[in-house]
Design a protein around this ligand. Structure first.
Ligand code: COA
Length: 440
């Protein structure tokens, strides 16, 4: 029997099948030959929430969840966070190598010269309700860019794809900042090309009447590091949405809007906003044990804890903890940090969390830090979406170049009724509506 194969015996038929094993996987389509008879469709795998299914081959991000390792294109996240800027990392994600100085300068120039939004996009944003959530505005405005750039439909043209990629990375901070200014009722601020990516973002958020906005260097560097940490995370929910929607060859604005919509959920990018609310609810360190007891009794989850992939300390959470200390040196220490540290201490010693391998994830400390920097909780997911746009686009580019990919289309296990005879309306018997649905 050749090495790197798997032999499966079907006990229903006593037949054996040998299928190749490549990169630690078997091809799901190789199972289709396993049938009980000519009318049998063939064996499928059932994997709700894709717990054990690789949907693509990728060379972008590597995670070892048991060891707590995260690398972009082979470089450990700790090294990139210490030595690079976010745009340098965005280049690495996109092209696979760190840029030379010349390449980096030209990349920065290109991104910087695509930060402006069309005036009609500004008008579009003005139409949002005064209290609109910044993430709802962000998602809708990204989708609206599809109407501004008809050339975005040319997704089979590498040149046009790159044009949209540069535009999107350039424009997401502008849209994010305008969402914030709209939410607080301040006039929008136009980009300033003299500033770095993060400084310019801070300028568009917080510039008031001063002629030139000057960001505190420690805060803008901390934000840049946060952007690096959030730039990609392989096939998570939003990236899978990006790939799945992108596989229909829709334009990247619509695909990024879909990915950002997935990110908005509280189990994904919305978690740091929930962490802050949780810390507010707990209030002081003394209330931590009682709160943990309620988590263990199943009343709710401990937000910012646990991860589908990391069964160890999330390496990003460690860097954020360090970063938070740097920010607090400028802003003063947040009392929420003490509550968070106490939560972490107690949880990490508790059998419930140890048994389930639940550790702090990237969202556990980021919210406290964002708040200290001056961000409102409504902005937290938007702050996640800005750098993740670079990751989504790198994954999209990889998808578009992958000859094995087709339109994404999972299978299902159908458990509904077989063919039934149609019942005319006057012959139908009322079926009580389940109690969980209110009457309407
Ligand atoms: N607090 C308490 N218990 C948790 C938990 C948390 N934050 N996260 C997971 N668990 C428990 C589950 O209840 C389950 O327990 P059980 O085996 O007794 O049923 C067990 O740990 C496994 O969790 P499961 O829900 O199967 O893990 P998952 O991989 O499907 O979920 C998350 C991963 C991230 C969705 C989940 O950990 C979570 O909801 N965390 C809080 C939200 C959050 O911080 N999200 C940001 C992710 S970066």
């Amino acid at each position: 029997m050749p090495e790197n194969t798997l032999t499966i015996t079907d006990n229903r038929t006593n037949k054996s099948y040998t299928v190749p094993v490549e990169n630690g996987t078997i091809r799901a389509m190789d199972l289709r030959q396993i049938k009980t008879g000519p009318d049998d469709f063939g064996l499928m795998t059932y994997d709700p929430a894709y717990l054990n299914t690789a949907s693509c081959k990728s060379s972008i991000t590597y995670i070892d969840g048991d060891k707590g390792i995260l690398r972009y294109r082979g470089y450990p996240i700790e090294v990139l966070a210490e030595r690079c800027t976010f745009l340098e990392v965005a280049y690495l994600l996109m092209f696979g190598e760190l840029p030379t100085e010349k390449e980096l300068n030209s990349w920065i120039y290109d991104i910087t010269h695509h930060t402006m939004l069309h005036e009609t996009t500004k008008k579009f944003m003005e139409g949002f309700r005064y209290s609109a959530h910044p993430m709802s505005m962000f998602v809708s405005t990204i989708a609206a860019l599809s109407s501004v750039y008809p050339d975005a439909k040319l997704v089979r043209s590498p040149k046009d794809r790159m044009h949209q990629i540069v535009r999107l990375i350039g424009k997401v901070p502008s849209i994010a900042a305008m969402s914030y200014r709209h939410n607080v009722g301040f006039p929008y601020v136009y980009p300033d090309n003299d500033l770095s990516y993060t400084e310019n973002f801070m300028n568009m958020l917080w510039k008031m009447v001063e002629p030139k906005y000057v960001a505190h260097p420690a805060i803008s560097r901390a934000l840049d590091i946060l952007f690096i940490l959030h730039a990609d995370h392989e096939q998570n929910c939003s990236t899978s949405a990006m790939r799945s929607v992108g596989s229909s060859e829709t334009d990247p604005y619509l695909a990024v809007a879909s990915a950002a919509s997935a990110l908005a959920g509280p189990l994904h990018g919305g978690a740091n906003e929930e962490v802050l609310r949780m810390l507010e609810e707990i209030g002081t360190k003394d209330n931590v044990p009682a709160y943990i007891k309620r988590v263990k009794d199943g009343h709710f989850k401990l937000m910012g804890f646990g991860h589908r992939i990391y069964k160890n300390y999330d390496p990003r959470a460690k860097i954020i903890r360090w970063c938070a200390e740097q920010v607090f040196e400028v802003t003063g220490r947040s009392p929420k940090l003490d509550v968070a540290l106490e939560l972490e201490r107690i949880a990490l010693e508790d059998e419930y969390f140890i048994k389930r391998k639940l550790y702090p994830n990237v969202d556990f400390y980021s919210g406290i830090m964002y708040q200290a920097m001056g961000f409102r909780p409504e902005m937290f997911t938007v702050l996640f979406a800005i750098p993740r746009t670079a990751g989504w686009l790198a994954q999209w580019e990889e998808l578009m170049k992958d000859p094995e990919q087709k339109i994404a289309r999972p299978r299902q296990v159908y458990l509904g009724p077989g063919e039934r005879e149609f019942v005319p309306i006057d012959k139908r018997v009322p079926v009580p509506i389940p109690a969980e649905y209110p009457s309407h």
